[in-house]
Design a protein around this ligand. Structure first.
Ligand code: C2E
Ligand code: CA
Ligand code: CA
Length: 629
């Protein structure tokens, strides 16, 4: 049997069961053995059989020691060996002395049988051959001189034949029992393999099978000069299905999609579900299709189109029409890469490109995407290094009251000094941090430093404005976040009402329960919340009432377009301003770059403003200097 992990687990489990059984058997038999040995030994001594009596009593003592050792260490293997030895001595003594009226032979049968069952099959065969060889030597060779009694030839032959027959049956029983165990192991191993290599929901092979298979396919393709297409599929809007209809409905959607996916590909094509179950709820909407032996890359696009067509006219599950689509990325072997890992990353990157290009479409991997992918990988590496070596710092952008131009707040903005990230601002590295999960550490670091700064500003500079901290939309799905903020506030002894958290409006998903829960928890802490880049998302204005927000930050592109010709955009500032009035929200205009813009905003009744015209983001020292009266 090979030693794959699943076999090892199965074997261990089987051994544990057998071990327990053998432990009990050894235990009981040793007690019985000791009892009989002591009884026979004493009787022999009384009957003047000194040699036999002594041997039996010594054996009884050894049995007692064995019992003690077994209890203390639980070592069944050793106990079985010692017990076999004791039983061997006992049965040979019975054979030699003949026992009472030569009936000793009869006792040997059960003794040998017992002996077999405390051992495993092959040791049992060994024990049996020792017993039968020794008996045969004593009965049929000159060694019979050792016998203290005499057996007729018929008696001896009958004894040997019975012993042979009886023990063959016992050995056969033992063997079949072991085979049953082996079958159990095999079934167990199959189960575990199924779990390890297949997705439990859809039954599709998962990322481990995918990796192994892709490598095998690429080797074959290299030999046969074939092309392979790799499609990376991600369902759009799947999160909403989960949020609005529950995970069970989400599971049924995935199941139905996987079935339909199998219908639109050829029998030779292969579908995988790359996400492991633990991630399934977050990103279980990703699938991979391998197309072996395509003639040209365009063949892959035909399959991609068929997959997109699955969603034409809505995706109906349980009489609900879900607004579901797919974004598909395609990479081709050997055109894009000959390395399986790269190929997967390339298809994944192409899929992101499809998502960013309006979704519900497919995109091939291109040189342009390749460059972006490389850049992303560099940024990720730089971020990890920056986190490890504390290469982050904050700059401070003052926010002014439109009425009297006093500083009423300060927005902290992140900068990274890692040499690997030279020339990259947060606009570049924050999205990468969000995609890789590094953002959680970064956000906490920023909040920690910002609250520290706010403490100093309040104590040493008499600052009584708000400190505005940008947090990623990712945090709205992080159930620990509000607690972390609470702890940091307590640690720095900062009053929550002097802190504002800014979240981009695009982070909000209508009807998202976790998102709303986090916002409410933050609101209860007493910090205020600002919707950043407001106007760029799709928040239905009537939804605003449901968010515990205190402030709208007009996106700087609208301030920029205040006097532009573009009708639809130059009115935005005014619209947002009226909206804020309606919902009693504070308004901050971002990106004020000219005097004209500032004058306009003042006249409009905008509350606060920030922008290069008023002040650039400042270093700590410059900001402190600005606060001096
Ligand atoms: P944001 O929150 O909208 O921040 C404002 C950005 O606009 C800043 O860029 C700021 O330097 C820039 N800006 C402000 N006034 C003007 C202006 O008058 N003209 C022009 N052209 N630009 C102006 P920055 O620092 O590059 O930040 C970019 C984005 O990165 C931020 O947008 C925010 O979404 C994100 N970000 C920055 N710091 C952090 C942070 O600490 N944590 C998180 N999660 N995100 C951050
Ligand atoms: Ca901001
Ligand atoms: Ca903004």
């Amino acid at each position: 049997m090979s030693s794959t992990p699943e076999n090892i687990i199965g074997q261990q489990e089987m051994l544990a069961v057998r071990q327990r059984r053998r432990y009990t058997l050894c235990h009981v038999l040793t007690i019985l053995g000791v009892f009989f040995l002591a009884a026979f030994g004493s009787l022999s001594l009384i009957n003047n059989s000194h040699v036999l009596g002594t041997i039996l009593l010594i054996n009884a003592l050894v049995g007692l020691i064995n019992l003690y050792l077994l209890k203390r260490s639980g070592n069944v293997e050793r106990a079985a060996k010692i017990l076999s030895g004791i039983l061997f001595v006992l049965s040979m003594s019975l054979l030699i002395t003949g026992g009472e009226n030569n009936t000793g032979m009869l006792w040997i049968y059960p003794i040998v049988a017992i002996n077999l069952f405390i051992n495993r099959f092959w040791p049992a065969v060994f024990v049996f051959s020792i017993f039968s060889t020794s008996s045969a030597l004593l009965l049929f060779t000159p060694l019979s001189a050792l016998l203290m009694t005499s057996y007729s030839l018929t008696e001896s032959v009958r004894f040997m034949l019975t012993m042979l027959a009886l023990n063959s049956i016992c050995l056969a029983a033992l063997r079949s029992e072991e085979q049953a165990y082996e079958t159990i192991i095999q079934l167990h191993a199959d189960d575990i393999r199924q779990m390890a290599y297949y997705d439990t929901l859809t039954g599709l092979p998962n990322r481990w099978s995918f990796k192994a298979n892709l490598e095998r396919m690429l080797n074959r393709a290299e030999r046969d000069k074939q092309r392979i297409g790799l499609l990376y599929i991600d369902l759009d809007n799947f999160k909403q299905v989960n949020d609005q209809h529950g995970h069970e409905a989400g599971d049924r959607v995935l199941l139905k999609f996987s079935e339909q996916l199998l219908d639109v590909i050829r029998p030779n094509d292969q579908v995988y579900k790359p996400q492991t179950e633990s991630l399934a709820r977050l990103a279980g909407d990703e699938f991979v299709v391998l197309l072996p032996n395509i003639r040209e890359p365009l063949d892959a696009s035909i399959v991609a189109t068929r997959i997109l067509n699955i969603f034409k006219g809505g995706f109906n599950v349980d009489d609900v029409d879900h607004m579901l689509y797919a974004s598909i990325g395609i990479a081709v072997y050997p055109d894009d890469s000959t390395n399986p890992t790269d190929l997967l990353h390339q298809a994944d990157a192409a899929m992101y490109n499809a998502k960013n290009n309006g979704r519900n479409c497919f995109k091939f991997f291109t040189q342009d995407i390749a460059d972006k992918l490389r850049e992303r990988q560099l940024i990720e590496k730089g971020l990890r290094l920056a986190l490890k070596e504390a290469h982050f710092s904050l700059v401070y952008m003052p926010i002014f009251d439109c009425k009297d131009s006093s500083i009423v707040a300060v927005e902290v903005l992140l900068r990274c000094h890692s040499p690997a990230l030279k020339g990259y601002g947060p606009d570049h590295f924050i999205p990468v941090a969000e995609a890789t999960g590094l953002i959680k550490d970064i956000d906490l670091l920023v909040i920690d430093n910002a609250l520290d700064a706010q403490g100093v500003l309040q104590k040493e500079h008499g600052f009584n404005g708000k400190i505005c901290i940008n947090i990623s939309g990712v945090e709205l799905h992080n159930e620990l976040f509000s607690e972390q903020v609470k702890n940091l506030l307590a640690h720095h002894k900062i009053k929550p009402n002097s802190v504002e958290l800014e979240v981009t409006e695009t982070a909000f998903v209508a009807g998202d329960v976790t998102c709303l829960k986090t916002l409410n928890a933050l609101n209860e802490l007493g910090v205020s919340l600002a919707l950043d880049d407001f106007g760029t998302g799709y928040t239905a204005f009537n939804q605003l009432i449901h968010y515990p927000a205190h402030c709208l930050k007009i996106d700087r592109s609208f301030v920029n377009d205040l006097f532009s010709e573009r009708e639809a955009r130059n009115k935005m500032v005014m619209i947002i301003q009226s909206l804020a009035k309606l919902y009693d929200l504070r308004v901050i205009a971002e990106g004020v770059e000219t005097e004209a813009q500032m004058t306009y905003l003042k006249e409009l009744g905008c509350d606060w403003a920030q922008g290069y015209y008023l002040s650039r983001p400042l270093s700590w020292d410059d900001f402190c200097a600005l606060l001096k009266p």
